[in-house]
Write a protein that binds this ligand. Structure first.
Ligand code: NAD
Ligand code: TYD
Length: 355
């Protein structure tokens, strides 16, 4: 894999993945990061990487749905492997505006598959990043395995399910080298503060209410983002083509327990000025429509075949995450105020002037 196309590399997991790869001893591939820079894409996430790896990190602002522009990327950079993160990723937004999810998650993936097929002779791998949400909702028993039938509930998960099927179909139909990973909920640095954990951290810091849907009894499995990145790289290097691998943190928790632990950890590392517990900010609000009750992942296939296990515990991972958000207050402020959009524009203008 000489020239790896990472899509969506300015988002949460993609930026952590690029940072992880470039920190690996002996990693000498070039990374071409294609990102449209939607509201969730923030090149600020990789500003240091951009400076430190001028030869081996290339950023191209493009929409994966733009076939002409993506044809140029595949040809200019002689792409021989793809790690496809780019997506509309937030369930609540997909309820309000499903069209964007169909375009990017389904048609965008289709475009990348077509271009990869066109360059089949030099393509080593197409790795597709997906979610456990494609499997639908569990009751109190059982775990999702790689053979659990798909049963998505939201426009987000339905669009991810469609793209998974398409990736698998390209393997079966064209003998194309693909792998897929279906991961549970990630948390860690650089996550846009609309998802549960960064929203709760930033609201708690600002003394704002912490909106918990319903009674907070829904259950998610939480994996620290760096563990996910390690899993993806293991799959890209050693996964069997045509196979799906489930990735999970072995860390199932009710939302209300997540929020309580988060409040208590914040109270400890950043005691509130008024001495009141952040738990007092918890506010139970109207539930999400079609809210899946429980996700839980069986990741023994990944453990048995590729020797991967989640290393970070929730206790240490949540403390690292909280400390990151507290330390990176300017990042949070720029994202919250929308200032990062102007800031990004300014960076490009400055760079163009310098060139
Ligand atoms: P994110 O929303 O933080 O980032 C998505 C990135 O994709 C952004 O940088 C955005 O600008 C880019 N993008 C969106 N549409 C694009 C387009 N049309 N063309 C080019 N770039 C585009 O998402 P994330 O949380 O980092 O998730 C990344 C991937 O991982 C997604 O495929 C998601 O389905 C999957 N996933 C996420 C989680 C999670 O907990 N966050 C869990 C499992 C799987
Ligand atoms: P989220 O981070 O949006 O991820 P996903 O929907 O992909 O699992 O939500 C995680 C859980 O937290 C989910 O059960 C919905 C719940 N939630 C809240 O209770 N309040 C919130 O403000 C948000 C964003 C999510």
């Amino acid at each position: 894999m000489k020239n790896i196309l990472v899509t969506g590399g300015c988002g949460f997991i993609g930026s952590n993945f690029i940072r992880y790869l470039l920190s690996l001893p002996g990693f000498n591939s070039t990374i071409i990061n294609v990102d449209k820079l939607t509201y969730a894409g923030n090149p600020d996430n990789l500003a240091d990487i951009d400076k430190s790896f001028p030869e081996r990190y290339i950023f191209v602002q493009s929409d994966i749905c733009d076939m002409e522009s993506m044809t140029g990327v595949f040809e200019t950079y002689e792409i021989d492997a793809v790690c496809h993160f780019a997506a509309e990723s937030h369930v609540d937004r997909s309820i309000v505006e499903p069209g964007a999810f169909l375009n990017t998650n389904v048609m965008g993936t289709f475009n990348l598959l077509e271009l990869s097929r066109k360059h089949k002779d030099r393509m080593v791998l197409f790795h597709h990043i997906s979610t456990d949400e494609v499997f639908g909702s569990l009751d109190d028993k059982g775990l999702f395995s790689e053979t659990t039938p798909y049963d998505p509930s939201s426009p987000y998960s339905a669009s991810k399910a469609a793209s998974d099927h398409m990736v698998r179909a390209y393997h079966r139909t064209y003998g194309f080298p693909v792998t897929i990973s279906n991961c549970s909920n990630n948390y860690g640095p650089y996550q846009f503060p609309e998802k549960l954990i960064p929203l709760m951290i930033t609201n708690a810091k600002a003394g704002k209410p912490l909106p918990v849907y319903g009674q907070g009894h829904n259950i998610r499995d939480w994996v620290y983002v760096e563990d996910h990145c390690k899993a993806v790289w293991k799959i890209m290097k050693g996964g069997r083509h045509g196979e799906t691998y489930n990735v999970g943190g072995r860390c199932e928790m009710r939302n209300i327990d997540v929020v309580n632990i988060l409040c208590d950890t914040m109270d400890r590392v950043d005691p509130p000025a008024d001495g009141r517990s952040r738990r007092d900010l918890i506010n139970f609000v109207k539930d999400r429509p079609g809210h899946d009750y429980r996700y839980a992942i069986d990741c023994t296939k990944l453990q048995n075949e590729l020797d991967w296990i989640p290393e970070e515990s929730f206790k240490t991972g949540i403390e690292k995450t909280i400390r990151w958000y507290l330390k990176n207050e300017p990042w949070v402020r720029r994202v919250q105020t929308g200032e990062y959009r102007n800031w990004i524009k300014q960076q490009y203008e400055d760079r163009e002037r310098a060139e």
